[in-house]
Design a protein around this ligand. Structure first.
Ligand code: ZN
Ligand code: CU
Length: 484
């Protein structure tokens, strides 16, 4: 007589994360692992869930997040768990919470203020201390951590409007080594943002040098996603080649009406380059982006919604044009009064978003900003929107493909061993959902809303989310990268 399972999921359609067609099975979990998959009719268990032929998928992996602080401070990672996310990649776009070996400037240098506009959370002088804090007070979801080049610049340079000097590069490189030894999976850059714009390609290469020995990876919010997007792709690929590591093109998009349609060009270049070096990319399923508020970004957008304002918090969630009207001033003047602030910018083409989502190698990443007062709906809606709107609704790809883009593909690219797939012996990170009803509820007007159709979320064998609520479990781990 077999010992009872800890948790038994009965009557599931298993979508295993590899892209393979779904099949019917029961899933037996013991400890933090999937022990058996098959007809487990006679088996017993301490707890059972009858899925009544809804879907069991691997827990979703959010390929692009800014959850560094939410992992520590958020009570239960509701924006992520409610969507079925069990693992987040944090530290993107050049901004990580750690390391910050000296006091953070006040006011906090944008875009680091997207993580914390007060600065109190930039309290980890070594990356190891941040990782240790996460391990000793676990989050509800797993995490894999990048160290941000912009954070390193702020930590080591007296001014950011010039290239780093030899000594500064050496200091940043030492911090990269410390972070990698502490379990980081790679370095991210945000060459688009002011504190890193002055960094030449060579600086990035030299700072990233240690990544090769640690088999880390390089993720980038590229210097340009508009007119110069092809040049930026070339720069990204060069950095990958010279450092000798895989690259991740973060939130791939083409911005600005003049560039609509150019995803044909970028994807073609990405595909050709993939033949000669490892390249990954992620995407969020919306035509609007979101970051800090600035006049030049606003000027090139069809519509702008303010997501937060430190100076005038009451305007969060409102259109910039309406705010300017109400103030009786120009939009530029209104922006001046709102800063520091964040915004949503409408300046992408739906056809480009679909083409990029549909591209075989594209992973799903939310780029959600968890501390915004009125966040972009991608924070709460990304994953169900891909499953519901883009797969079931528009038929852009099969549900199996959609799941693959948020599980197996992502785990493989980031080197997250035994994650992202449902197989015997893999970690029991699972998302249980109804394929007929799964959908995002978050909108631009009402962005803080739990997804529909997510029935249960299991993190390392423990039920973390059930029937629309967190169970209070905090079984997330800091994941290492194990490169193939
Ligand atoms: Zn970014
Ligand atoms: Cu980002």
């Amino acid at each position: 007589m077999q010992e009872p399972f800890d948790l038994l999921i009965r009557n599931a359609y298993v979508i295993d994360g590899t892209g393979a067609p779904r099949y019917q099975a029961d899933i037996g979990i013991r400890g933090d692992r999937i022990e058996r998959i098959g007809d487990l009719g006679s088996a017993s268990a301490r707890a059972e869930i009858d899925l009544a032929w809804r879907v069991a998928a691997p827990g979703f992996i959010d390929a692009h997040t800014h959850d560094d602080r939410a992992l520590l401070g958020g009570p239960d990672m509701r924006p992520k768990l409610s969507q079925g996310v069990t693992t987040v990649i944090a530290g993107n776009c050049g901004i990580s919470l750690a390391p910050m070996p000296r006091p953070i400037p006040q006011p906090v240098t944008p875009p680091l203020n997207l993580l914390d506009d007060q600065g109190d959370w930039f309290r980890f002088d070594r990356f190891a201390h941040y990782a240790q804090a996460l391990r000793s007070s676990p989050s509800a979801v797993n995490s894999a951590l990048l160290v941000g080049h912009t954070t390193l610049r702020v930590a080591t340079m007296d001014r950011l409007d010039r290239p780093a000097r030899e000594t500064e590069i050496a200091a940043m490189r030492a911090l990269v080594i410390e972070a990698m030894e502490a379990g980081a999976i790679g370095v991210s850059t945000g060459l688009f943002y002011e504190p890193a714009v002055a960094a030449p390609t060579e600086e990035v290469i030299e700072v990233c040098r240690p990544l090769r020995d640690f088999r880390g990876l390089y993720a980038t919010h590229m210097r340009c996603e508009a007119d110069q997007v092809m040049v930026s792709l070339e720069e990204t690929f060069r950095i990958g080649r010279e450092v000798g590591v895989p690259v991740v093109i973060s939130h791939h998009k083409v911005i600005g009406a003049a560039n609509y349609g150019r995803s044909r060009e970028t994807l073609d270049f990405i595909r050709r380059s993939m033949a000669t070096q490892p390249i990954c990319l992620d995407c969020y399923p919306y035509t609007a982006g979101s970051t800090i508020l600035s006049a030049d970004r606003a000027a090139t957008s069809a519509r702008v919604i303010v997501t937060w304002s430190k100076a005038l918090p009451q305007y969060a969630g409102r259109d910039l044009s309406a705010i300017a009207d109400e103030m009786g001033v120009s939009q530029e003047e209104a922006i001046g009064r709102l800063l520091p602030a964040g915004a949503i910018y409408f300046r992408m083409d739906e056809d480009d978003v679909r083409r990029i989502l549909q591209f075989d190698e594209t992973m799903i990443g939310s780029d959600g900003l968890p501390h915004d007062a009125s966040p972009h709906p991608r924070l709460w809606g990304t994953f169900p929107r891909v499953l519901g709107h883009y797969s079931r609704g528009l038929g852009l790809f099969s549900l199996e493909r959609a799941v693959h883009k948020m599980t197996g593909l992502t785990a493989r690219n980031f080197g997250l061993k035994d994650r992202g797939v449902i197989k015997e012996g893999a970690f029991a990170d699972l998302t249980l959902f109804d394929p007929d009803t799964v959908a995002e509820a978050a909108t631009y007007e009402a962005p803080i809303q739990q997804a529909l159709g997510i029935e249960g979320v299991i993190v390392n064998g423990t039920l973390a989310w059930q029937q629309g609520r967190s169970t209070g479990a905090r079984t997330g781990r800091v994941l290492a990268r194990e490169a193939a």
